[in-house]
Design a protein around this ligand. Structure first.
Ligand code: DHE
Length: 640
């Protein structure tokens, strides 16, 4: 069966739903139980509830998953009853709760169950003790139509993190064997409620219906279908030159400071809104690819390149009277990254698009998007294993050499593609770490620092020497965006990543010349109020390093950002920014006097903070799902 890919993909990050509800008998230090304990539970109702809500993390008799196997719980009633009733309190205030937190890393979500519901669950667990392992619900049979529809949902919602062939990357492996082990109910519960470490609650948030969840839980237990190639003739056929070079202005046709423009991704609208960074006025709103992911600036900054998850590249000219789409082309069915040529002599000349699917990269003329070459990726990883899927993750252009630095996610190689040579060959393959994802330059732009997020590491590539410089263990699922470079009062130049899987910013030395003793070692670990961070950002003129906690599941931190003082080397404050949705991603203006943050919601906004005081100075409302923001100057020059 073939996949007709109309790929989008929401953030479906990371792994595990955590939960910690087995127990030994530990006396409760303060009564948190909402009602009178004991008796009266309906075991059948408890089983239903267990399958619906708990089975995403817990098995009964099949082993540990994202929380303990409840067949092996030590305490049958008392502690557990209180724990389910108020997991946060029990975790903080009981010694066994603390032990569980230590083991599993998270506090179990509070499902806000009634006393009767808790009694029902306990009655079910006790009854099941004599029956043995709980049998899985068989998967529903899918008709061909249901299979096709579900395949597209998988692409749209799951493939970005778990992979087309479900071998895992940002999210865990969920092939058919693993999925069968999790079981129909467990899969449905995960899809419904998500995980506090980043997987979205697709059901609870209304993105997927119960029918779709049931179909997905079945689909995942079947082998993944194959996906189609995208040959060069189709790529060429997709090319649409809307405004030829001869019809474009030779100098800016407006008086605005286009180098201080901001391109704002309106993800679900498939649009880019371009704002004047001086006046905050909307200058233009243009159509781009489906579930548009990011923007990059050409070397001179004149052009924005947008990349949609459907693989469509859109070239936007900022010199026309209002920014205009001048060309489009599609080199992939599914893509996340694009960059231009930035080496002296090659300014704005070429463009590379890296694919999530098919495993290839495609080059284009930078001014017209005429497709030039297509190259297959090697399908072997750094350990010599054969791959079914090898996705291009972060791509970064060198500012000094005619090369692109291309991260291959599943393979774990960082490839150097030379655009000064005919056919844009890969001239070097540097074995780094598997599951490469996002990253950026160090302060000198010699070292490319890329997260191997499913391996909890940052890989440091010495691009000048074409070698792996170092690997740093940072924490659970690092996700730096392009990272942040600043001068630490003790350690000199440093760089940092926050994490999806734990509330921590890890700072590592990045100054091998002046501070070789700290280079590529963790020098500071800064605790954040929550896990779920996606981006860390600074600007040379800013006293702050800012971080979000977008995927936080603690009920409050997803709206907040935290400001770390470079001088004080500590968190100065964490505060609410988003009102309607989640605070995500930062971008400073050209001189660093303002920082823009997204309120990621259907009725979303950009909140503009003063770069020094961090007080709100403006707000741009009525944006549909604003996510990334890209200032022309900072993006063209890789300022972060
Ligand atoms: Fe991204 C960067 C992949 C989900 C917003 N994201 C990147 C990069 C990759 C990537 C490989 C680095 C590109 C580069 O530098 O060349 N992103 C993925 C995924 O695979 C993932 C996890 C799941 C998916 O299905 O797409 C994913 N990303 C998201 C989101 O959900 C975000 C928050 C909003 C959205 O687009 O839906 C999101 N990603 C971003 C942003 C950047 C990014 C804003 C660039 C950061 C920067 O400052 O440069």
């Amino acid at each position: 069966m073939k996949l007709s890919i109309k790929t989008i993909s929401k953030y479906a990050a990371a792994t595990a739903l955590f939960a910690v509800i087995t127990a030994v008998s530990i006396p409760l230090q303060a009564a948190q139980w909402r009602g009178s304990p004991g008796g009266g539970g309906d075991s059948a109702a408890g089983e239903q509830l267990f399958r619906y809500k708990c089975s995403g993390c817990h098995t009964f008799g099949h082993g540990e998953h994202l929380g303990p196997d409840l067949a092996n719980r030590h305490n049958k009633d008392g502690w557990l009853r209180n724990f389910i009733s108020d997991p946060a309190w029990s975790t903080t205030n009981t010694s066994y709760g603390k032990q569980l937190l230590e083991k599993w890393g998270y506090v179990m979500p509070d499902f806000d169950l009634s006393n009767q519901e808790i009694e029902n669950i306990i009655a079910f667990l006790n009854a099941q003790d004599s029956l043995g392992p709980l049998k899985h619900t068989p998967p529903a049979e899918l008709t061909d139509t249901q299979f096709e529809a579900t395949k597209n949902i998988y692409f749209d919602r799951c493939a970005g993190c778990h992979g087309l062939y479900r071998t895992g990357a940002t999210g865990p492996l969920i092939d058919e064997t693993r999925s069968e082990w999790i079981g129909t109910d467990g899969l449905a519960a995960l899809l419904r409620y998500g995980t506090p470490r980043g997987m979205p609650n697709f059901g609870h948030s209304g993105i997927l219906t119960e029918t779709q969840i049931t179909s997905l839980a079945s689909y995942l237990q079947l082998p993944p279908p194959d996906a189609p190639p995208l040959p060069m003739e189709d790529i060429r056929a997709s090319w649409n030159l809307i405004v030829p070079l001869s019809e474009r202005p030779t100098q800016p046709a407006h008086s605005r400071d286009w180098e201080n423009f901001f391109g704002v991704v309106e993800r679900d609208a498939g649009k880019i809104s371009i704002f004047d960074g001086d006046t905050h006025e909307l200058v233009s709103r243009v159509d781009v690819g489906f579930a548009v992911h990011i923007l990059r600036s050409s070397s001179t900054g004149r052009y924005f390149y947008a990349i949609g998850r459907d693989g469509l590249v859109t070239l936007i000219d900022l010199w026309t009277e209002t920014p205009t789409v001048v060309a489009t082309a599609k080199g992939c069915h599914d893509a996340r990254s694009v960059d231009g040529s930035k080496s002296p002599g090659y300014e704005d000349k070429y463009l590379i698009e890296g694919c999530y699917w098919p495993p290839q990269y495609v080059t284009f003329d930078g001014l017209t998007l005429e497709p030039l070459t297509r190259a297959d990726l090697p399908m072997t990883d750094i350990h010599g294993e054969t791959l079914k899927e090898n996705r291009v993750a972060a791509i970064i252009a060198s500012h000094t050499e005619p090369i692109w630095v291309v991260s291959l996610k599943e393979a774990g190689y960082v490839n150097i593609v030379d655009y000064s040579q005919p056919n844009f060959p890969t001239v070097s393959s540097i074995a780094a770490e598997k599951f490469l994802h996002d990253g950026g330059w160090d302060n000198t732009k010699r070292y490319f620092m890329v997260a191997a997020n499913a391996n909890n590491k940052m890989a440091i590539i010495d691009v000048a020497d074409r070698s792996l410089e170092a690997v740093i263990s940072t924490g659970n699922t690092p996700h730096p965006g392009r990272g942040a470079n600043w001068f630490d009062p003790v350690y000199g130049w440093v760089n940092a990543s926050t994490h999806i899987g734990e509330g921590k910013m890890t700072v590592y030395g990045a100054d091998p010349i002046n501070h070789p003793e700290y280079a590529w070692s963790v020098v500071r670990e800064i605790t954040l109020p929550s896990a779920g961070s996606l981006f860390v950002k600074t600007h040379p003129n800013s006293p702050w390093v800012l971080m979000d906690m977008t995927l936080s599941a603690n009920g409050t931190s997803h709206r907040q950002i935290c400001a770390y003082s470079k001088e004080g080397a500590a968190i100065d404050r964490c505060f609410d920014v988003a009102q309607n949705g989640r605070a995500v991603h930062f971008e400073f203006n050209k001189d660093g006097s303002e920082v823009w943050v997204s309120d990621w919601a259907t009725d979303g906004a950009i909140i503009i903070l003063d770069g020094q005081s961090l007080t709100e100075i403006d707000k741009i409302n009525s944006l549909q799902t604003p996510t990334g923001k890209f200032n022309v100057h900072n993006t063209a020059h890789d300022v972060y």
